[in-house]
Design a protein around this ligand. Structure first.
Ligand code: SGN
Ligand code: CA
Length: 535
């Protein structure tokens, strides 16, 4: 009898304990998601990818403690379309946000709405650059449009406000404050922490401006590319450092210096009348700090520019560009460190998926360019680093063709939320857990539209595998390009007409047709978007 009672009690204790544990498992199982995205951050400027330009120890931490995707890419290498793809899990020809100008149909479902509905707490801080306020977020403070580096204005559900300081620090302060003080600690969260940096015109904080303006950076091999073995699109794009990068707006030569020196070109003419980009927003104390560095840049320019050859001008602009671009990234990295430390200190690290990415890549002087848009690697690829303790093996790398198209499904899958049937990507969870065998995708689809427009990159679509890239510039030209990604990683030779590749070209053409059908793109849609754009 005693034994029976004892076992009943034991059973009861076990039952109570196990039901408690179960409950706890259910609660803690739903992971938090911290989605971190910067704007125009090239993978060449993350030391986990390449370390010839900058050390980014905090971004690298995500890869060291998690996974780095070496072939991550976007569907359309420009800001708002990339964001629309991320939010909807659909290609831009389906969600309609084909370029930065076309409005987004806000009746479409975006993934934060699904998280909110599923009981997640949702928040967004920083640069959305989408044309609309976000849906499905409990709390947001976003920059209007491109936003400002200095003393940024912010849109909030309670009205607009302006905060004094440097944008990257401010976005981080807001993010940490929400995590620490405002969220309901009994619920999982999905947080979007979105940087403006390192977007043009690349304005660092005063201390990084001082630090980085003293550095010299190695030049890329293709800085003086003459686009000889490429098509018309590469030859006519307006993003060459020598020809199109502005001395005042981009390189921070003062309008007064330009006035004084006479024929300095190219410059943005209206800046001559006193307005000077982010500097114009700075208060006197901030200006005083920037002035110290601006004085020395301008002095150097006055002394050397009149005697510089074309090559030296290109080199001078490249150094100025890298100093400022990388200076802004150094702030992103420091601030990310603050967030990762906060997760550690508050015990959130273990159950939080941390994702670092950019809305697309960027040219850092490769092919003589800045900006993005092309399907050529530096802007087609985007950084993607993910940490998920106990699920992702630390220090792993994956080279599958994954896209920003996959993010929504990945996050929903991780949270156990049903994935809408019409999303067009795939969950990356199997790859994140090391299961490459079940991954069947061997090619991705790309389509860029915004033309004619700033930088004049012609419309094109493409199919890209790990080995090859077949591209069609189809708008006011009809040109095909093929790159052998393994033999020619810098994409200097279009081998479309090379007889050695005839068979492969045929195969890729057929595959591209299949792919356009699979993703529901078509010549009719191409035409529709040309007409809408020209309206
Ligand atoms: C601005 C930039 C361009 C940039 C576009 C789109 N010029 O027009 O260089 O390509 O934004 O960028 S600037 O003089 O205003 O800096 S995107 O990230 O929004 O797509
Ligand atoms: Ca961008």
């Amino acid at each position: 009898m005693k034994i029976l009672i004892k076992s009943i009690i034991l059973c009861l204790v076990f039952f109570v304990l196990s039901s408690c544990t179960n409950k706890k498992t259910v609660l803690t199982k739903r992971p938090n998601i911290l989605f971190i995205m910067s704007d125009d951050h090239a993978y060449q400027a993350i030391s986990a990818y390449e370390n010839h330009l900058i050390e980014t120890p905090n971004i690298d931490r995500i890869a060291n403690e998690g996974l780095l995707f070496s072939n991550a890419c976007v569907t359309n290498s420009i800001c708002a379309p990339s964001r629309a793809t991320i939010l909807t899990g659909k290609h831009t020809h389906i969600n309609g946000k084909i370029d930065n100008k076309m409005p987004f149909d806000t009746t479409q479902i975006t993934f934060p709405q699904l998280f909110q509905k599923a009981g997640y707490q949702t928040a967004m801080f920083g640069k959305l650059h989408f044309g609309n306020n976000p849906k499905g977020v409990d709390e947001f403070m976003i920059l209007p449009g491109q936003g400002h580096y200095i003393n940024p204005d912010l849109i909030t559900p309670r009205g607009d406000t302006t905060i004094t300081g440097y944008v990257t620090d401010i976005i981080t302060d807001l993010t940490i404050a929400w995590l620490d003080k405002k969220r309901d600690k009994n619920k999982p969260f999905m947080m979007m922490y979105l940087h403006k940096a390192p977007h043009r015109p690349w304005w660092p904080s005063p201390d990084k401006f001082a630090e980085f303006s003293r550095k010299t950076f190695p030049e890329p091999e293709s800085l003086f590319d003459d686009y000889k073995d490429r098509g018309i699109a590469a030859k006519t794009a307006e993003m060459n450092l020598y020809r199109h990068m502005m001395y005042n707006h981009d390189s921070k030569v003062r309008p007064e210096t330009i006035e004084e020196m006479g024929e300095v070109s190219p410059v943005v003419v209206e800046y001559k009348n006193g307005f000077y980009g982010p500097y114009g927003r700075a208060n006197e104390a901030q200006k005083a700090k920037y002035d110290i560095v601006l004085d020395s840049i301008n002095e150097d320019f006055k002394q050397h520019w009149p005697y510089m050859s074309k090559i030296e001008k290109m080199q001078w602009k490249y150094q100025r560009y890298m100093q400022d671009y990388l200076g802004t990234i150094s702030s992103v990295d420091d601030n990310l460190g603050r967030v990762l430390d906060y997760l550690d200190e508050s015990g959130l690290t273990e159950n939080t998926i941390v994702v670092y990415t950019s809305d697309q890549g960027f040219y850092l002087g490769e092919h003589g360019w800045f900006d993005k848009r092309f399907v050529y690697d530096e802007s087609f690829k985007t950084p993607l680093l993910i940490r998920w303790p106990n699920e992702i093996k630390p220090g792993t790398t994956n080279d599958e063709m994954v896209q920003n198209l996959d993010f929504a499904q990945t996050f929903l899958d991780a949270a156990g939320i049903a994935i809408p049937d019409d999303m067009q990507g795939e969950s990356l969870i199997p790859l994140m857990k090391g299961d490459t065998a079940s991954w069947s995708r061997d090619a991705v689809y790309y389509h860029y539209y915004e033309y004619p427009s700033v930088h004049m990159v012609k419309r094109h679509y493409a199919i890209v595998t790990k080995e090859f890239k077949l591209v069609h510039f189809y708008y006011d030209v009809d040109e095909w390009e093929l790159y052998d990604r393994l033999k020619d990683p810098q994409e200097m030779n279009n081998v479309y007409e090379d007889p050695e590749y005839t068979e492969l070209v045929k195969e890729l053409h057929a595959k591209l047709v299949e792919m356009r059908i699979k993703y529901k793109d078509s010549p009719e849609l191409d035409q529709k978007y040309i007409e809408l754009y020209n309206d």
